[in-house]
Design a protein. Structure first.
Length: 65
């Protein structure tokens, strides 16, 4: 694989004490030097472009007893 700097479109929502980020985008494995996997002598294949979905929620930790 390869490391690349890239810009990913997404949204960020800020609330009181929280932040949420979300993104959905296609990713071509070949752009990162990854050969799409195959199984069973090539009968089963994975498309080189896959969909990636990311949802993150950040908040302040709550107090525990």
């Amino acid at each position: 694989g390869q490391t690349r700097d890239d810009t990913i479109p997404g949204t960020v929502v800020l609330g009181p004490g929280t932040a949420q980020a979300a993104a959905a985008f296609p990713l071509d494995m070949r752009d990162y030097g990854i050969k799409p996997p195959t199984r069973f002598l090539g009968i089963v294949r994975v498309e080189p472009v896959v969909g990636i979905t990311v949802e993150l929620t950040f908040g302040q930790p709550t107090a525990t007893k």
